[in-house]
Design a protein around this ligand. Sequence first.
Ligand SMILES: [Zn+2]
Length: 209
Amino acid sequence: MSFPARLIAGYRSFRDSRLPQEQARYRELAERGQSPEIMVIGCCDSRVSPELIFDAGPGELFVVRNVANLVPPYSPDGRHHGVSAALEFGVGVLKVKHIVVLGHAQCGGVRAFADSPGAHSSGDFIGNWMSLMGPAAERVGPRAGRPHAEYLEQLEKASIGNSLANLLTFPRLRAMVERGDLTLHGAYFGVATGKLTVRNPATGRFEDV
Ligand SMILES: [Zn+2]
């Protein structure tokens, strides 16, 4: 069998240790369905797993992950929008109370954009996807004169703000925010330090928690 041995070993460990502790919860979730109150929009990066960072159990987080944790603006054009479909389900059906855009340090997607903004990748998708970062890059301003790592961090954080702004372009979501039924948040995870900071919506700054 070519199924990865690492996954089989990991599953067996889960089955023998964690599952017995959480079996009742899984059964209950299967019967009454999921009702997570928090949706997380995170990066695909293997170092930034929302369930690990927030120590979440089954049924607690509704998670969508994509390259560089980006949210495209509302565009009902009949194309295939994975993030928008997840938002429609999370907000419209599950009625989550919070959406967290979780960015992180050393984001490969952000670095690729910073190294060649506006350029299209050799493949068919990443360059176009990363062009969503354009407004964030404009807000950060020219890169010249700044240490590279500092510029990347500013870009990563500005991009979180841009994704939060794009969330508000979804009419139903915006209406829920205005009614106070839904709150939007930004957070940033330092991969090397393991430190999480949370975006202050008034200042746009990321603060310790
Ligand atoms: Zn990333």
